[in-house]
Design a binder for this molecule. Structure first.
Ligand SMILES: Cc1ncc(C[n+]2csc(CCOP(=O)(O)OP(=O)(O)O)c2C)c(N)n1
Ligand code: SF4
Length: 478
């Protein structure tokens, strides 16, 4: 007689490090929780389709926040409700990966309602598993949008009342009304037959993505014995007798046999196409040669900070544009307060020979501080042996760190001499470029033509580049 060996799916880690149990084999889920079933179905499907190495699982905020401790796949944990938006970005950047958004009902149907509806409506080629346990499990059993009428939760102690709290939201019904989704099914877990159906649905939703068919969502009516204050067996009975009549199970939409495989609108544009699109180089299409400059200044991750109105964002944008002209990978991420003028502003710029992983620059290799609060705020974030450039005319203190290089520039004073305080940013840009050798003057001149929209300001900004460049070269010599 054939022997059947039951074993854990290979797509799970061997040991679950976070778990306090001595053998590290247990999950953090409560006994009788439905998350474990769904995890198992997903992991087995990844094994059978041999796609675990190519899968990226987005875990939500909720009890399944720690899914990344279990799945031996690519993992990202998204902010509450944002898993479909993160999945969209990941899938578009990596169209050959299998991207799974795993979400509870608080995550998907409350804080993340708009993310899921728009991802579904765009027909993103992703797979969504929606674990509906009609409650906020992780935070102690508060009412969720899917909580049933009369169901008691910690925030509806006498039962959900439609007049007060509205009706349960039926997400599968809602999403299946959209044009783009190809497959929407609601399943449950209350007995072996239902679990087998759920397993089939999970596999189909993943397979649809393997076949590039488009957006699939499987909603699972799942027990939360702890939140419902029930024994696990009673929780299963409650799903069958109370939940299913209000959330009917079944296929809500399946057009997988009718649709053509998903076609990505266009391959990513080349650097040359991007330049053309945003008119970085208006009068030449040959690009610029990269300068040869010391290794210590290569691949800078730059933070530029100052008052709003000092042209901090423009300075960062010009640096990124100069980088683009020389065919670097660049990013520019602005951050500013609500005030139009006078508030604080900073931006993060990467200029790299390899692809930029994240546009965020938390520990800059170069800090450009245009005022004192910025220097004080960000000085300690700079990496060891990094470079701090600051406007000496506005900052009456000095850099306290002894393990960094410092380039003080009397930028505002020099700008005043030229007749316009506001070109201090371009003086600083050029001084930094000359001092490190990262960009030549020609690149900066051409950058100006796109960065400065007002023709009448072009000349003074060119002078600022000359002045700053000369200053940077002088400092470099010393
Ligand atoms: C922005 C934000 N708002 C609120 C919370 C608090 N919070 C954590 S989990 C959760 C609800 C989770 O419920 P659900 O998505 O149904 O998952 P379950 O825990 O039931 O699996 C909430 C409101 C949070 N972490 N972040
Ligand atoms: S609280 Fe509910 S959803 Fe969370 S782990 Fe426990 S049983 Fe599962």
């Amino acid at each position: 007689m054939a022997e059947k060996v039951l074993k854990k799916a290979a797509s799970f880690y061997d040991s679950y490090f976070r778990n306090p149990s001595p053998d590290k084999k247990m999950t953090h889920y409560c006994p009788g929780c439905g998350h474990g079933h769904i995890h198992k179905f997903i992991a087995e499907a990844l094994d059978d389709f041999e796609i675990a190495d190519n899968t990226i699982l987005i875990s939500p905020v909720g009890c399944s926040v720690f899914a990344y401790y279990y799945f031996d796949t690519g993992n990202i944990q998204a902010a509450h409700g944002r898993a479909p938006a993160v999945a969209t970005g990941i899938k578009r950047a990596h169209p050959n990966s299998i991207v799974i958004s795993y979400q509870g009902d608080g995550d998907l149907a409350a804080i993340g309602t708009s993310e899921i509806l728009h991802a579904a409506n765009r027909g993103e080629n992703i797979t969504v598993f929606f674990i509906n346990n009609a409650i906020y499990g992780m935070t102690g059993g508060q009412m969720a949008p899917t909580t049933l009428i009369d169901q008691r939760t910690t925030t509806t102690p006498t039962g959900r009342n439609a007049h007060n709290e509205g009706y349960p939201i039926k997400m599968s019904e809602l999403i299946s009304q959209l044009q783009a989704p190809v497959y929407v099914e609601r399943v449950t877990l209350y007995d072996n037959k239902q679990r087998a159906r759920a397993r089939t649905a999970v596999r189909k939703a993943i397979k649809n993505q393997v076949n590039n068919l488009g957006f699939s969502l499987v909603e699972v009516l799942s027990p939360c014995p702890s939140g419902w204050k029930m024994e696990p067996v009673d929780a299963m009975t409650w799903i069958k007798e109370v939940m299913v009549p209000q959330f009917p199970i079944g296929i809500y939409k399946d057009i997988t046999k009718e649709v053509q495989p998903y076609v990505y609108a266009k391959p990513n544009p080349t650097a040359a196409e991007i330049r053309e699109l945003i008119e970085v180089i208006p009068d030449t299409d040959t690009g610029f040669k990269r300068s040869v400059y010391p290794d210590q200044y290569r691949n800078p991750q730059i933070k530029i900070a100052g008052f709003g109105g000092q042209g901090v964002l423009l300075l960062g944008g010009a640096l990124a544009q100069a980088g683009m002209m020389e065919d670097y990978h660049v990013s520019w991420l602005p951050s500013y307060g609500p005030e139009m003028r006078g508030g604080t502003a900073n931006c993060h710029v990467n200029i790299r020979e390899i692809e930029v992983g994240s546009p965020m620059v938390s520990n800059p290799t170069v800090l450009i501080a245009m005022n004192r609060p910025s220097l004080e705020k960000f000085e300690n974030d700079v990496v060891e042996n990094g470079l701090i450039v600051f406007d000496q005319s506005l900052i009456d203190s000095y850099v306290k760190r002894k393990d960094v290089e410092v380039l003080p520039i009397p930028a505002t004073q020099m700008a005043d001499k030229l007749g316009n305080t506001r070109v201090a940013n371009m003086i600083t840009l050029a001084a930094y470029a000359a001092y490190t050798g990262i960009f030549g003057k020609e690149t900066l001149y051409t950058t100006l033509k796109t960065a400065i929209k007002k023709q009448r300001l072009l000349e003074i900004n060119q002078k600022a580049i000359d002045t700053g460049y000369e200053f940077g070269m002088e400092k470099k010599k010393k």
